[in-house]
Write a protein that binds this ligand. Structure first.
Ligand SMILES: Cc1cc2nc3c(=O)[nH]c(=O)nc-3n(C[C@H](O)[C@H](O)[C@H](O)COP(=O)(O)O)c2cc1C
Length: 410
């Protein structure tokens, strides 16, 4: 279940062109289980219909400071206190400037000012506006306050025809950031390294051996650990995924040897190692120095392979292992639980996540997953098919207490 389930949200929409996306955002937040109320600025009403938002949200839309919905009720001082989170999307340069400057001249700005509810700010504007030093100063001023979380705009083709930073992130990113704000920070200060994605093993300068891993599950886990307050390093194989919000650093690697080196470098300063990456077990013993030409082959090409380093088994034998938590993933296509239990014991892990990558609709490349978390004691918990973000958040929630107990120092 998403952390947004049964949460009350206030979506504040200001007058940027991206306001036209607000009804869809409301829908997607509702899909995650949230109850969403909407407040529009006067400028926002130029871009999106209050009626559409009223119908979609199933609540009256807050519009004017001077027309409270009941004679005895002062709306602007109540609205913010009645919700768990305020999401400002899109947040205009004007709105950000007013909040940072302590100004409040409409329902949205007074609502934000008159409560201490956490605020997720999703600015969206033309690239030059975003680069304006006073706008940047205002954004940084909000980001410096614990109450405000800034979701930086994406890069893309903007309504003004320019391609650059300023685009409102898509609903899944906003929803992920909202979930992160609301997730209890049970792992604050815990240093987590998550590896994700496939590796590439060179055959020659233009070809390589790899696998079907897309990195989605590992990136979701990195995001979920960061949402729980952990200090996350993501060691990413060659995938085109953006670094999840909240991840402190990212190390891009290509081969199994690169990945092993990155984990070894990080070892002394980590508390938890989560090996989600699908690391190649074999690599060509001697990659060809030049491209292998098919005209050189007599219809058949034999490549001698050698074993790559076993990153988890090596980590398990390192000094300091006893103070750390090692979590592996077992991607299997048959006898999934049996192989996972064998791997847990053979590599001396604390936990293993058994992942049936052969089942239809889940595993490599799919949006969903279905896993089993197995601990050293032998106890297993099954997580039924759900989006990978939801599975990741459930795994982190399940692991948090035992991780915190083991690694929290003095
Ligand atoms: C067509 C058009 C598009 C605009 N798009 C944006 C935008 O994407 N981001 C932004 O910060 N301001 C944008 N503005 C400027 C704001 O509408 C203007 O600053 C307004 O005062 C914002 O009011 P509000 O913050 O109360 O909603 C746009 C203006 C127009 C006319």
């Amino acid at each position: 279940m998403s952390i947004l389930a049964n949460k009350r949200l206030l979506l504040g929409v200001s007058g940027g062109i991206a306001a036209y996306k607000a009804p869809e955002l409301v829908r997607r937040l509702q899909d995650a289980g949230a109850d969403v109320r909407v407040v529009l600025t006067a400028a926002a009403e130029r871009f999106v219909s209050p009626l559409a938002l009223e119908v979609v949200s199933q609540h009256a839309v807050g519009r004017a400071l001077w027309e409270p919905d009941g004679a005895s009720r002062i709306v602007h001082t109540d609205l913010g206190k009645e919700v768990d989170l305020i999401v400002l999307a899109p947040a205009t340069a004007d709105l950000v400037g007013k909040i940072a400057g302590g100004l409040a001249d409409d329902l949205l700005t007074t609502t934000v000012m008159a409560c201490s509810t956490p605020v997720l700010v999703c600015p969206s504007m033309n690239t030059e506006m975003l680069g304006n030093p006073f706008v940047r100063r205002n954004l940084d001023a909000l980001a410096a306050e614990a109450r405000y979380t800034l979701l930086e705009p994406g890069v893309g083709l903007l309504a003004c025809g320019v391609t650059g930073p300023g685009r409102l992130p898509d609903p899944p990113e906003i929803i992920g950031a909202a979930a992160a704000v609301l997730t209890p920070k049970t792992l604050a200060g815990v240093r987590v390294v998550v590896s994700a994605g496939p590796t590439r093993e060179a055959v020659d300068p233009v070809r390589y051996l790899t696998n079907h891993s897309t990195g989605t599950m590992g990136f979701a886990l990195a995001r979920a650990f960061a949402a729980s307050g952990a200090d996350v390093t993501l060691v990413a194989g060659p995938v085109g995924l953006p670094t999840p919000v909240g991840v402190a650093r990212r190390v891009d690697v290509a081969s199994a040897a690169d990945l092993a080196r990155a984990v070894a470098d990080a070892w002394d300063a980590l508390d938890v190692l989560v090996m989600t990456a699908a690391v190649a077990d074999f690599r060509p013993r001697v990659p060809a120095a030049q491209k292998i030409k098919k005209t050189d082959m007599a219809g058949e090409l034999a490549i001698a392979l050698e074993r790559t380093e076993d990153v988890l088994a090596t980590a398990s034998a390192r000094p300091g292992r006893a103070e750390k938590v090692l979590i592996g993933f077992a991607a299997e296509t048959r006898d999934v639980e049996r192989y996972a239990r064998e791997k847990l014991a053979r590599k001396g892990l604390d936990w293993i996540v058994a992942n049936d990558v052969g089942a239809p609709g889940v595993g490599f490349g799919a949006g969903d997953n279905e896993v089993q978390l197995i601990g050293r004691s032998g106890a297993a918990v099954r997580y039924d098919r759900a989006p990978k973000d939801v599975i990741a958040a459930s795994l982190v929630a399940a692991l948090a207490e035992s991780i915190a107990r083991k690694v929290r120092r003095g």
